[in-house]
Design a protein around this ligand. Structure first.
Ligand SMILES: Nc1ncnc2c1ncn2[C@@H]1O[C@H](COP(=O)(O)OP(=O)(O)OP(=O)(O)O)[C@@H](O)[C@H]1O
Ligand SMILES: [Mg+2]
Length: 337
């Protein structure tokens, strides 16, 4: 339709100018009359085009509105607590008791009867091979999904009973694939604490070993971040995500493989700074690298969704075949390198 209207308009213009020129020549028409007529023609064809636009856009808008409505109408699969607990009764002790989990629509459970206790002031590490359910386990704490069996307790309160705002303030998760929002470095860092001062942001960046590269950016804290943090490297994104959680100062820190993209030196410096920063908090670290977790107060070994051992590095090395296997596989790798 659109090209047709344009062609009709152009051809009419040519015909008008042709016929008009002859009439002007013979004195029957003033040049101004012809110009005015061309103006009218332009206005009418514009109106026709507007109507066409409308016809083109209405179905598109309808389809778009339908999708927006679908999103707005979606009910959360997590039921809000009937009597939410608004104040945490303790310092933030995390306990998983007989937790099982099956993804919706999946045939098999990912977690079976997992038990774990993480105490404030201690670092608890979770190790296990790829796909053993470590990220799934951490996701149960901030209720990314709810456990199908058993309970996830913070200070003895089931996370399902916690007031959502209290839960958000208590649990700080650094996901395995950290996501940065479009905006600036500062808006990303203030995500969990909108009224944080610049000093607090810089302090968090120092601890997360991110201060150096943020200082090197031309605009510093106001440097733009594109959707998903695409203008930062994987390691930089990880460190900004760690700083974001540090700014919020939760009681419970959950780091899901958050040190994997860092070189060993930065990794060690970050963990030293982190230990001082999170001295009173409950820290749970998921890591592949044994060097990252060997000094943890407690190490939980996960194998295909089951806890197969809990203890310190030394005791697990002595008693736990799965743990020994993980450690030895990495030792030989490093030695080979
Ligand atoms: N959204 C999902 N839907 C269905 N199954 C999933 C989903 N996410 C993970 N799984 C399955 O759950 C299992 C555990 O995944 P999970 O991400 O918890 O492993 P992981 O221990 O964190 O592994 P990695 O060390 O690679 O990060 C995997 O077998 C995976 O196929
Ligand atoms: Mg994972």
């Amino acid at each position: 339709m659109f090209p047709t209207v344009l062609i009709v308009w152009q051809l009419t213009t040519v015909a008008l100018v042709y016929a008009g020129a002859h009439r002007i020549d013979s004195g029957a028409l003033q040049p101004g009359g012809l110009v005015a007529f061309l103006g009218y023609l332009l206005q009418t064809s514009m109106s026709v085009m507007m109507v066409l636009f409308l016809f083109m856009h209405v179905p598109r808008a309808e389809a778009g509105a339908e999708r927006v409505r679908e999103v707005l109408d979606t009910r959360s699969s997590l039921t809000p607590p009937a009597h939410p607990v608004r104040i945490l009764p303790g310092p933030g002790r995390l306990e998983l008791d007989g937790v099982g989990f099956r993804y919706p629509g999946a045939e098999e459970s990912v977690l079976h009867d997992v038990g774990l206790v993480a105490r404030p002031g201690e670092t608890t590490a979770v190790v296990g091979s790829t796909g053993s359910g470590k990220s799934t386990l951490l996701g149960l704490v901030p209720r990314l999904f709810d456990a199908t069996d058993g309970e996830v307790l913070v200070d003895g309160v089931d996370v399902r009973e916690l007031d959502p705002r209290l839960r958000a303030r208590t649990v700080g998760l650094v996901p395995q694939k950290p996501y940065l929002f479009s905006g600036t470095v500062a808006t990303n860092l203030r995500y969990g604490k909108p009224d944080a001062t610049d000093e607090e942001l810089w302090h968090a960046l120092e601890v997360a070993q991110a201060a150096d590269f943020v200082r090197d950016l031309d605009e510093g804290l106001d440097a733009p971040v594109s959707q998903g943090g695409a203008n930062f490297s994987g390691g930089q994104r990880q460190r900004l995500a760690i700083a974001r959680v540090l700014v919020a100062r939760p009681r419970l820190y959950l780091f899901d493989d958050s040190f994997s993209a860092l070189d060993p030196g930065t990794d060690a410096r970050l963990r030293t700074a982190l230990r001082a920063e999170t001295a009173d908090a409950t820290v749970v670290i998921v890591a592949q690298r044994v060097s990252t977790i060997r000094h943890a107060d407690r190490i939980v070994v996960l194998d295909r969704g089951r806890t197969v051992g809990t203890g310190t590095h030394t005791s697990l090395m002595r008693d736990n075949a799965t743990y020994r296997e993980i450690v030895l596989s990495q030792l030989t790798e490093e030695e080979a390198a």
